[in-house]
Design a protein. Structure first.
Length: 200
């Protein structure tokens, strides 16, 4: 089964390919010129569907299956921020480090060195016949001292429940079993297999 990912984020592409080792996975930006998609939804689910629909339409291929992810981190002490704005928390063209340090600074401004937090991932599937959405979550704490070089985004400051290391310090195999995106993608796999049985 060939899946087209509605992302050009190398970290996400690598993670999804790692989980879907038995499938033919390609980033849409390897097929067509990347284009700007306005993520104007109010939830992770809405934004994931917006991305998947946009790429499906742009590919002009009715037989393709497009999956998109919208994910982010919500920090309790910051009232749930950055949430759906995680990828652009420090501005539209912000880097991962810019976003991370804005969150760190926001906690420090409150006199905190840590806070409860959770990641959310929404996966959208768009085909010629139907649309689906699946969610996954990961709970833990954020800290103000980044640790580890593994992963991307806010990984160096997030410690999953039951662990002492940040996601930036954990190996890929451990993260594969933990992450919000992994949880959502595993459930998505069942939906994709069901789709393939009905389209073959």
């Amino acid at each position: 089964m060939k899946l087209v990912l509605a992302t050009s984020n190398k970290g996400k592409v690598r993670e999804i390919k790692h989980i879907y080792e038995d499938m033919d996975v390609v980033a849409y930006s390897d097929i067509i010129e990347p284009f700007e998609i306005e993520e104007n939804g109010s939830t992770f689910k809405e934004n994931a569907l917006i991305k998947a629909r946009a790429v499906f339409e742009a590919l002009h291929d009715k037989d393709v299956i497009v999956i998109a992810d919208d994910s982010g981190i919500s920090v309790d002490a910051l009232g749930g921020e950055p949430g759906i704005y995680s990828a652009r928390y420090a501005g539209v063209d912000a880097s991962d480090k810019d976003n991370l340090y804005k969150l760190v600074d926001a906690l420090k401004e409150k006199g905190l060195t840590s806070s409860k937090a959770h990641y959310t991932a929404a996966i959208a599937i768009v085909t010629k016949d139907a649309e689906f959405s699946i969610h996954g979550w990961m709970y833990g704490d954020v800290i103000t001292e980044p640790r580890g070089e593994n992963g991307f985004g806010y990984d160096p400051i997030f410690i999953p429940e039951g662990y002492k290391k940040t996601l930036g310090e954990l190996d890929d195999e451990t993260k594969k079993g933990l992450s919000h995106r992994s949880q959502a993608l595993k459930h998505t796999k069942s939906v994709l297999r069901s789709i393939s049985k009905h389209t073959i």
